[in-house]
Design a protein around this ligand. Sequence first.
Ligand code: FES
Length: 366
Amino acid sequence: MSESKLSTADILAKIRAAKPAASSDAPAAPPAAEAPATAATPPAESAPTPAAKPAPAAKPGSTGDILAAIRAQGAKGAAAPAAADAPKAAAPKPAAAKPSGTSDILAAIRAGKTGAAAPAGDAPAATASPAAKPAAAVASGAPKPSVEEMLKAVRGEKAAAEVAASSPVIPVKPTLPPIPVKPPAAKDKKLTVELGRRSLLVICFSPLVLAFTSMAATSLLWLLDLARFMFPNVLVEPPTKFKIGPPSDYPLGGVSTKWLAARGVWIVHTDQYKGQNLIYALASVCTHLGCTPNWLEGEQKYKCPCHGSGFYINGINFEGPAPRPLERVGIKLASDGQLEVDKSVKFQEEMGQWADSNSFVDGTLA
Ligand code: FES
């Protein structure tokens, strides 16, 4: 503070002295400390003559600002050059507000310097912006870029930004995944099944369907009856004539029931009808209403179970409602010596037909 007034020569000498000193203590002061110093004094270093330096240095800031910064630096001493550089860097900043092209360039350079000073020795951070590259190059001792190079760099950056802004952005159509098909719910299936059942019931029980069904069933029955008519019943009856064996098989005084069940006749060998020894066949049909009487061996009679009619061994009725004697059927001695019965011929006693020779066989042949 003792050196309140410095001459122009002293100022220039301090600037020249500060430059090498700032470049020599690089390890102690990172590029962040050097960049503001170089930014604050680029015109002074680029021009070899002291008289020419102040003129270009006046562009970014006033001469008073530069002098104030130098005086502040001198006041703080050489022990803390880095700390004094920060205000220096802040002092020229107002010049960055100038709208001219050169002003923009300088503002960009200063911004690069401040950007390089902020990380305090972080060199990659200083290379982040293209405008900081010249400042970093100056700080590292590289040859200073010319104004035209800086303009080209800035214009190239602007052009790239304009091109990037003006280039149409082709929207990339995103590829959507296929929409999965929703499977039918169980409820829909149940509803479909229920509707199907209802429709089936409505169709089955509609009057038209019932009418056609009835007609078809009737036609089927008619066809079945017609088929049955094509195959008429065949009545299979035993033959009316049949052989019952030789006369010796039927002893006198006996009634054979051997052919009662199969042929419906009794074979009688008796001598109780008019004292004649005869063998004949009696039909087992009650003359009252057609029931089948039973032969009672102990009582020697035929007894009808229906109304109690009774007949003697020779067939003459004697009790009950039966109006007439039992009927005889034809019998004869066949050529083979057997008795042959013919049920197709009947003989009635009340009609006098028992006297017919075809209604009996001589019992003496037995
Ligand atoms: Fe034999 Fe009436 S049918 S008694």
